[in-house]
Design a binder for this molecule. Structure first.
Ligand code: PMP
Ligand code: GLN
Length: 397
């Protein structure tokens, strides 16, 4: 008989995204929970991948990724942020942003190291830090207030969380789930912080191309000092409406990338070759990203306009394909209970924002907020909005 197992992640079950997607399916609800589009990647990109397969790009890619894709990434990042990475030694193609984040954390965080996370935080970071033997130190954003209905990062609080054991600060802008983006003053604050505390920055920029209202995505790597400290992570899944392709990348100074590649080579070794060949051709031949902000802004605005006929109040959203809605007009205590009830009774699945906090059941994690994904066809959004109008019947009194 097998000896009893001791779990490395005793407090972790399935993710909230898998849980809400399964519930949506069970209830035949419209799934505005887990973040994925209900439309296809561009035809030219699909064609480029199909042709890559037909032309024989079907065996292992080089461990770090096809050189032509790494070169395309280098030129994209340089155009965007003015920082030149070496395609040979500073860029690695990964199995989605997920693998880039996990490989970076396993490679760079040592037992007893502390890693600062800003809450609400994407669910992957804390368990990955635990697997590396490190300790997550959580700093909450200031939640929305009546006269300032937006989350805010307090960089003084972030700095106060840094100790002599801090190895890394994790950043995620455009931010899932709040939609916050970094502004010039945030980068200024980060520069001051890094001068005093030269820690690593793990910058998850999965939504880098989805920023609204004429604003632009400012990456820490746009500042030379911060670039020296940063591992930039991104995902082609969001940019190309292809979350199921699980392709992404990371960029870092070569001595940092050398360590990340040691883990990457024993995690996946290399990433799907035809996807890489197709994406690199598409990046070279098409204007792959400039239409995205306008495309998603229209969807955000459609959702916001339709919500006027429901008791849900949208928060300000600067980026990503998520919108937070304040449900405090309805009578409930825990966001998760509301999200489950909504899926069953209204037929719309969402994500409770409390799931992005270490203790989703605590009152400090529950701000009466649900996350809605608007990466959906207009018809899907309209149908979801029609159903959400039914929430008026839930209003107390
Ligand atoms: N980081 C964030 C903030 C995300 O929202 C996601 C999922 N969409 C990921 C990383 C993972 O990206 P990928 O699907 O490319 O692994
Ligand atoms: N990043 C996606 C989200 O926030 C989920 C990806 C996943 O299911 N792991 O919805």
């Amino acid at each position: 008989m097998l000896n009893p197992l001791s779990s490395k992640l005793p407090d972790i079950g399935g993710t909230i995204f898998a849980e809400m997607s399964a519930l949506a399916q069970e209830c035949q609800a419209i799934n505005l929970g887990q973040g994925f589009p209900d439309y296809s990647p561009p035809d030219a990109l699909i064609q480029a991948v199909v042709e890559a397969m037909a032309q024989g790009h079907n065996q292992y890619a080089p461990m770090a990724g096809l050189l032509q894709l790494r070169q395309a990434i280098a030129s994209k990042v340089e155009t965007q942020h003015g920082h030149a990475y070496s395609a040979e030694s500073e860029i690695t193609v990964t199995a989605g942003a997920t693998e880039a984040l996990m490989s970076s954390l396993l490679a760079l965080v040592h037992p007893t190291d502390e890693v600062v996370l800003i809450d609400p935080a994407y669910d992957l970071y804390a368990p990955s830090i635990s697997l590396a033997g490190g300790k997550a130190v959580r700093v909450p954003m200031r939640p929305p207030e009546k006269d300032d209905p937006s989350f805010r990062v307090d960089w003084n609080r972030v700095e106060a969380a840094i100790t002599k054991n801090t190895r890394m600060l994790v950043l995620n802008f455009p931010h899932n789930p709040t939609g916050l983006i970094l502004k010039t003053e945030d980068l200024d604050a980060l520069e001051v912080l890094i001068r005093k505390h030269p820690v690593l920055l793990l910058s998850d920029e999965a939504y880098e191309h989805i920023v609204f209202d004429g604003q632009i995505h400012l990456s820490p790597v746009s500042r030379p000092l911060l670039a020296e400290h940063t591992v930039l992570v991104s995902s082609f899944g969001k940019t190309f409406h292809a979350t199921g392709w699980k392709t992404g990348y990371c960029c870092a100074p070569h001595h940092v990338m050398r360590e990340i590649r040691k883990v990457h080579q024993f995690t996946v070794f290399s990433v799907s070759t035809p996807m890489q060949a197709g994406i690199s051709r598409y990046l070279r031949e098409s204007d792959a990203v400039s239409g995205l902000p306008g495309f998603y802004q229209k969807k955000r605005d459609r959702l916001i306009a339709g919500l006027k006929n429901t008791p849900l109040r949208p928060l300000h959203a600067e980026g990503t394909f998520f919108l937070l809605v304040d449900a405090s007009a309805l009578d409930f205590k825990l966001e998760k209970e509301l999200a489950i009830r909504l899926t069953h009774e209204i037929g719309v699945a969402s994500i409770p924002v409390s799931a992005f906090y270490p203790d989703p059941g605590s009152s400090s994690a529950n701000h009466h907020l649900l996350r809605l994904c608007f990466a959906k066809k207009d018809a899907t959004l309209d149908e979801a909005l029609e159903r959400l109008e039914g929430l008026k019947a839930w209003l107390p009194g």
